[in-house]
Ligand binder design. Structure first.
Ligand code: COA
Length: 326
């Protein structure tokens, strides 16, 4: 039976570092508050010239190099993002052109912070069906351009970046075991951007009213995030008859250290088996999981045969989990 396997990972983060102390000069906040409430110490932010495809391109190049795959051999490019360079063309198409992947088809998937795992589920299904073989899966978001830099409730949380993986079929008992995705559109207004689409198109009024900025009910999001990430982790483990104790390493969405600790505690997962890098990058939305995976792989934290659990949660609401035998 065909299974999909990750054969290379890559990531790219902006060079510009913005610390909590830097933010103290912009909004009424403190390094102490942000560190204690979120675990974030600094984040990387895109410059005014940089956009999602720039970081995606570099992350993709790293992943292709690690996989030993040429861009022209790709047959599919999937990009999980809610912050494309522009409404269209898709970042998948922009990336196809930048990479010179002329034999591929590219498109985007909108699932906020669950975007990488949603695209991974598509890649997995395409490989299993035999339709596509060499697939580039990218998670990227540049939320700094959609955050109100006068709103201390949101601006301290997010960072920019991209992560990528290359996937191909295998007949070995290794690779993606399963990906579970879910959504509940009734809870969309917990975390959303009201303006800039066809409902509230960009206008002088929409800009004046800050409709193009992220709106969030932080407290509610926090509670639902913990419950949902635990639930979707348990769901995928149960579905595949795997005990939480068998998991070698967990790569969770990086939104808040307290969310990650609460989920790990509920799953009885020791924190030393959980990948955490939000102190350096903040919440990079669809990019958190592939960036954390790439770091863990390059640091040698993930070894042959390890069982990896991934779990994400985001606006929509959306959620997802993945189980991978490395
Ligand atoms: N600096 C200082 N004070 C801040 C602040 C900041 N950056 N942001 C909010 N505050 C204030 C609030 O205004 C509030 O003040 P008040 O009591 O006078 O009204 C106080 O801190 C406590 O706010 P509260 O919302 O209760 O704090 P919290 O412990 O819930 O932490 C979040 C707030 C946003 C960090 C937390 O709720 C969270 O992480 N939620 C999830 C957000 C998220 O991950 N979103 C993305 C999901 S993919």
């Amino acid at each position: 039976m065909l299974q999909a396997r990750i054969i290379g990972t890559g990531a790219c983060l902006p060079e510009k570092v913005v610390t909590n102390h830097d933010l103290e000069k912009i909004v009424d906040t403190s390094d102490k508050w942000v560190t204690e409430r979120t675990g974030i110490k600094e984040r990387r932010l895109a410059t005014s010239e940089e956009a999602a495809s720039d970081f995606s391109y570099k992350a993709a190049r790293h992943a292709l190099k690690a996989a030993g795959v040429k861009a022209r051999d790709l047959d599919l490019i999937l990009v999980g993002t809610v912050t494309p360079d522009s409404p269209f063309p898709s970042t998948g198409c922009v990336l196809q052109s930048m990479l010179g992947a002329k034999n591929a088809v590219g498109f985007d998937v909108s699932a906020t912070c669950s975007g990488f795992l949603y695209t991974l589920s598509l890649a997995d299904a395409y490989v299993r069906s035999g339709r596509y073989k060499k697939i580039l899966v990218v998670g990227t978001d540049i939320l700094s351009k959609f955050v109100d830099w006068e709103d201390r409730n949101t601006c301290v949380l997010f960072g920019d970046g991209a992560g990528a993986v290359v996937i191909e079929p295998t007949t070995k008992q290794k690779g993606i075991i399963d990906v579970v995705i879910g959504s509940d559109g009734r809870l969309g207004d917990m975390l959303y951007i009201p303006g800039g689409g066809s409902r509230i198109p960009a206008s002088k009024e929409s800009i004046r009213d800050g409709q193009h900025f992220i709106k969030m009910n932080g407290n509610e999001v926090f509670k639902v995030a913990v419950k949902t990430m635990e639930r979707v982790s348990r769901e995928i483990l149960k579905k595949n008859n795997i005990d939480p104790g068998e998991v070698s390493i967990m790569v969770p969405h990086q939104a808040n250290i307290r969310i990650i600790q609460a989920v790990a505690k509920r799953l009885k997962m020791p924190m030393e088996n959980v990948v955490v890098n939000l102190d350096k990058y903040g919440n990079t939305s669809a990019a958190t999981i592939p960036i954390a995976l790439d770091e863990a792989v390059r640091e040698g934290r993930i070894r042959d045969g390890d069982l990896i659990l991934m779990a994400a949660f985001g606006g929509g609401l959306t959620w997802a989990s993945a189980l991978i035998r490395w």
